[in-house]
Design a protein around this ligand. Sequence first.
Ligand code: ZN
Length: 459
Amino acid sequence: MKEQAVDLAIVGCSALMQEESGLGFEDDVTIEVKEGRIAAIGPSCRKAGQEAERWIDGRGLYALPGFINAHTHVAMTLFRGAVEDVAVDSWFNDHVWPMEVNLEARDVWLGAMLGCAEMIESGVTTFVDHYFFADQVAAAVEASGLRANLGWTFLDDQGDTGLGRSIAFSEEWNGGAAGRITTSVAPHAPYTCSDRQLSLAASAAERLGVRVHIHAAEHLEQTEASVRERGMTPVQQLDRAGVLAAGALIAHGCGVVEDDLSLLEASRDRVAFAHCPKVYLKHGLAPLTPIRALLERGVAVGLGTDGAAGCNTLDVAESLRLMALTQKHEERDARWMPLNTALQLAGPGSAAAVGLDGLIGALAPGYRADIVLVDLSGSHCRPLHDPAAAIVYSMRASDVRTTIVDGSVLMEDRKLSTVSTQEILDEVRERLPRLLDTAHGRRMARYPLARTAEPREAG
Ligand SMILES: [Zn+2]
């Protein structure tokens, strides 16, 4: 039988590939895509380009595995920039949770579509989401063409209805959107869900063969409060409830302490962290996720943005830069978090953290064809001594020219093919007064921990 022509060929690009010494760029590479996977990648062959159903001229562009957003709430684009300069407990209790009471299914779909557009434009090809009306987020994933792991958030305040909905969603949507959707059971946090609900979530996740996605140990004061009130850290609480045994993606973990590390090491094949540095900086939370200690114990760490209400952007390249910078600063060591480690974390590291290692996060035969092409010709990148340095420290989201997921081109030369941002924004604008109205005095839950530290004098 005659070998079928490839579906897509990207010809003549420089590609980030695994070499013996680590990740490095190879020049004049052709990437061939067949049935959604990378079929071949290697020295350029013009013939391949001519024989492909579709070909993209990659000359002068840098091919990277698509960025992975390991933790977000994509529909929170609706609240971008609406709450600034307030302490984290007030951010939740006085603003975000009262606004989220107003959410309707259609709002979440619109917000998710906006977020999907932004992620495609900034080279994100996979995101891990935790939110209400997750079926609407799933519909946005189907329509936009992105890849995602989705969980339907539940809180103790919703009783067992919320838990049941989260489990049912995981069961129904795992493998959805032609396999681009995977799911998680999604308790909000150990401080908003009971131990009983955490245990039920863990056993449901095990039964369904998915993991738990949860916020925990968000900052050190939260860990200290947990020890004071429960006699254990949030990580120990998750362990006690069976969540670590079931497998979990834990957002933040900035309050992970020495006592937690051995538990995490023992669960390293199924427990990972999502690190979202911009929100820690913005909310003044400390310290940072202990990335170095976690990596030393073999625990995967992925990069995320968190929701745009706190992070303002869904730009993982920005998270990558902030991670590398804050790691150097936190460790007081300019040698730590070298470029190669930063790129490893953004690629294979994040893929492992979100449970999709071996499928995404690298440009290699057999991997899903989630590829972005970046233009590093801007004056902010030139002269280009080292493309890895340009990607970590100079590139802007707008340098992403083309975004491909599962072999489908979702943006070519900055032109989106699956989302009409203007139409969505027009509809969102009509809904904003209702969404931002908090006069009803209700909220989703209560963020329990007022920060004890006195703020420093302004000025
Ligand atoms: Zn979050």
